[in-house]
Structure formats: structure tokens, C-alpha cells
Design a protein around this ligand. Structure first.
Ligand code: SF4
Ligand code: SF4
Length: 204
């Protein structure tokens, strides 16, 4: 190695001494995520409050990691949760298996499952890494440990990142904030039902 190469190498090192570091002191300093970042799933609702998930299990079939478990149940006049004939009575994702590939989102015929931006899910017990509807329904903020911590300290959920969510995620969150939840009309049918919004309801 010649003197010239050494000088070039030292030049690169010296140059970096005066540039702003790209690393941040996470979690004290929030990480800035790219909008396309795929994290914890969100289960979306129609504008009238009915869940978009119809319990068809196509997402589970498409999942390469076998991370999704769905059980479907019929909607009845007194227990209508979704805009289809059936709803997901159980919808679980094992976050330890999930590789956040987005295949479930691609496979879903109703846009019911989308990948959001949350990623801070590290927990102590394996069973706490299985997320159910109540952990993923749109409106839920934070992971299980973050929500536990917030409840313990009676403080809002503290997330260690900032992000401008991609369009699908932003639309789902805004639709949920603006939804009317008294009487719902099943999209495309004109049929009015009283949706059961208490189950899986999230404080807004
Ligand atoms: S993101 Fe990929 S691995 Fe995770 S649940 Fe969806 S399909 Fe399965
Ligand atoms: S999330 Fe979509 S693909 Fe999965 S069960 Fe519900 S409707 Fe079917």
C-alpha cells in the first residue's frame, strides 16, 4: 500500500469527522422512520364502523411464515361485526414468526389488514408476542409492553419514533377517527344494521 492510498483513506476518515452523524441516541432521541416502513399490523374498519375483515383466511394462506390464525363466525342481526356474511371471531398474528413481508396485505380482498409503522414490540413472554384483534384494531396505539407501561403510569403511550405514515395507513386512521358508529349500512347493499362495536372497541 502506497503513501497515496493511506492519505486517501485518512482523507475519508477526516472528512467524516466534520459531518453530522446519521445515528441517533434511540430511544431518548426518536428515530425517524421512512413512510414505507412496514411494522405492526392494523385491522381497519369501514367508515360506518364495521370491520373490513370478513374472516376469509386468505391472509393466513398467503403468509409464508404461518404467522396468522383466523377463526370466522357468522354475522347475525344482533351481532354484526363486519360488512360480510362472516367476521373474524379470532384474528391473531404471532409477531415472533412474522417477517413483515406484507403478503397478508396484498392477499386481503377487503383491505382489512395493513402494515403500520410500529415496531417496538419486544416483550418478556412468548405468549405476549401473539397479537389479537384488540391489539391491532385501528385506533390502538402502541405495542403491548408500551400500553402496559402507559397504563401503569397513567400516561399516554410513548413511542420512540416519528413517521409520516404512508397513504393507506393515514386513510385508515383518519377514517376511524371520523366514523359514525350509531347505525351502519353494509357497503354496497343498503342494508342497515346495528354494528356490535363494543367488542374490540377502542377509545378514540
Ligand atoms: S407480514 Fe408477512 S409474515 Fe407477517 S403476517 Fe403478514 S404475510 Fe405473514
Ligand atoms: S384480513 Fe383480509 S384476508 Fe385476512 S381474514 Fe380478514 S378479510 Fe380475509
Amino acid at each position: 500500500m502506497g503513501v497515496l492510498e493511506i492519505a486517501k483513506g485518512m482523507g475519508v476518515t477526516l472528512g467524516k469527522l466534520f459531518t453530522k452523524p446519521v445515528t441517533v441516541s434511540y430511544p431518548e432521541t426518536p428515530a425517524r422512520l421512512q413512510p414505507r416502513y412496514r411494522g405492526r399490523h392494523i385491522l381497519t374498519r369501514h367508515a360506518n364502523g364495521l370491520e373490513k375483515c370478513i374472516g376469509c383466511s386468505l391472509c393466513a394462506a398467503a403468509c409464508p411464515a404461518y404467522a396468522i390464525y383466523v377463526e370466522a363466525a357468522e354475522n347475525t342481526p344482533t351481532n354484526t361485526l363486519s360488512a360480510g356474511e362472516r367476521h373474524a371471531s379470532v384474528y391473531e398474528i404471532n409477531m415472533l414468526r412474522c417477517i413483515f413481508c406484507g403478503m397478508c396485505e396484498e392477499a386481503c380482498p377487503t383491505g382489512a389488514v395493513i402494515l403500520g409503522n410500529e415496531f417496538e414490540m419486544a416483550d418478556y413472554k412468548t405468549r405476549d408476542m401473539v397479537y389479537g384483534k384488540e391489539d391491532m384494531i385501528v385506533g390502538v396505539e402502541g405495542s403491548k409492553p408500551q400500553r402496559r407501561e402507559a397504563a401503569k403510569n397513567t400516561k399516554p403511550v410513548k413511542r420512540g419514533f416519528v413517521v409520516t405514515p404512508r397513504r393507506e395507513v393515514e386513510e385508515a386512521i383518519n377514517a376511524n377517527k371520523n366514523r359514525s358508529s350509531s347505525v351502519a349500512t353494509i357497503p354496497g347493499s343498503g342494508v342497515g344494521v346495528k354494528p356490535n362495536l363494543e367488542l374490540n372497541e377502542v377509545k378514540r
